[in-house]
Ligand binder design. Structure first.
Ligand code: SF4
Length: 409
């Protein structure tokens, strides 16, 4: 796939744009001033693979907490770039808390809530000046929930015959481009600027990002805003971002998912789902690999249903639980494909196409033992009580023997 040309941007040690891998981002939902909770969540997000983590900075307490958060992360060996999310008062907070400005790696600002007229320009310029002084990147992050009102009003009066949706799309595009021009005219370097223009309607998002991609070469951050929760958030985000990514558009992305209401500190932080979904979108689109792929057929009337389902679940859960450790210790293991198939109809060929495959006995008088394949060759059958355990042990051994000699970067 040919990626759109974009300007390279450095955010601390992370590079994005200009053909670098599309970066995975996430955002905390803790109160930033709650240092312990925020550090814990950032560590969880970074550990899962978030390459930038954004956190809200909404008042003095949050701004004062940021340097300590940064210091505690470093003490824990975590150097993930931190993005401060500012609305309404970013110019004041960054001016009054230089240590916060210094501790962050990038500021995300929203042109729609920097004030109006001269006050807007003054506030915007002040943030750019502070970012320049500390050599920080800035994301101009327009959002149609807080769209720049003068641009919207102007377009509404100029195009009274347009449907409202079209006016909003154009207002988003113009507002984002005007803000980018303002920054460049102020002398802010293009290689420190990232743009985003998020909406919650997939077709509008496509229109807006295609226009931005065509009209500028600034690095673009992708995201569908207010995407919702659960399956609907994941499906809408995947639909939108896959199309853009396949068109070569996008240098970083975040998937917004409202987590479940309950918070149990003993359980995995549900926020890490954002990271996993971003990784899966990139992997499914052939742009990056993070975890081995488990291919399984859905099962049908030919399947021995219980055997097939339990094998697929056991293998998927095993791979999910081991993937991070494998990625660290056995680089390259994330590119591996594992097939779990329900009968011989497609089972043998699919299992042979995979690095490791298993074709389970179907209901139509097939051999009663699961057939295992490795690198396209028949490995033999699994005998005994617990084929799931045998197969996952086989996977573990395969990873060690095939990727064990490589050195992790
Ligand atoms: S591989 Fe066999 S069990 Fe699986 S869906 Fe196809 S026919 Fe059904």
């Amino acid at each position: 796939m040919e990626r759109r040309h974009s300007i390279e941007v450095s955010v601390a040690n992370e590079r994005l744009g200009a053909g670098h891998p599309v970066r995975v981002q996430s955002m905390t939902d803790t109160i930033t001033a709650n240092i312990e909770a925020t550090v814990r969540q950032i560590l969880a997000l970074a550990h899962e693979g978030s390459e930038l983590v954004r956190l809200s900075v909404l008042d003095d307490e949050d701004a004062m907490a940021v340097p300590t958060i940064r210091a505690q992360l470093i003490d824990s060996g975590c150097h993930v770039p931190l993005v401060g999310d500012f609305h309404f008062n970013g110019h004041t907070l960054l001016k009054e808390h230089p240590s916060c400005a210094k501790a962050l790696d990038k500021f995300r600002i929203n042109p729609g809530n920097l004030g109006f007229g001269q006050s807007h320009d003054r506030n915007f310029a002040s943030i750019l000046e502070i970012a320049g002084k500390h050599d920080k990147a800035v994301r101009i992050g327009a959002n149609w929930g807080s769209l720049n009102d003068p641009v919207r009003q102007r377009l509404l009066s100029e195009h009274a015959d347009w449907p409202l949706e079209k006016v909003l799309e154009h207002a988003m595009i113009e507002s984002t481009l005007e803000s980018a021009s303002f920054a460049i005219n102020m002398g802010f370097p293009a290689n420190k600027l990232v743009l985003s223009a998020k909406v919650s309607h997939v077709p509008s998002l496509l229109t807006i990002y295609r226009a931005l991609a065509k009209k500028t070469d600034f690095a673009l951050h992708l995201g569908l805003t207010e995407a919702g929760t659960g399956e609907s958030a994941i499906i809408a985000s995947t639909a939108a971002m896959s199309i853009l990514l396949q068109e070569g558009i996008g240098d970083t992305l975040r998937v917004s998912i409202t987590p479940p209401a309950h918070i149990n500190l003993d359980e995995e932080d549900p926020r890490i789902q954002e990271v996993r979904v971003c990784q899966q979108i990139l992997q499914a689109n052939g742009l990056r690999t993070f975890v081995p792929t488990v291919r399984s057929c859905p099962g049908c009337g030919r399947t021995q249903r219980e055997i097939h389902r339990s094998m697929v679940i056991q293998v998927s859960e095993f791979v999910a639980s081991r993937a991070l450790d494998w990625r660290m210790r056995f680089p390259g293991s994330e590119t591996m494909v594992i097939a779990v198939m329900g009968c011989v109809v497609n089972g043998i060929k699919e299992a042979k196409h995979a690095n490791v495959g298993i074709s389970l006995p179907g209901r139509a008088g097939e051999s009663p033992l699961p057939l295992v394949f490795s690198d396209g060759e028949s490995y033999g059958v699994l005998q005994g009580e617990n084929p799931g355990e045998q197969f996952t042990q086989f996977l573990e051994n395969y990873i060690k023997s095939h990727f064990g000699s490589r050195v992790a970067k």
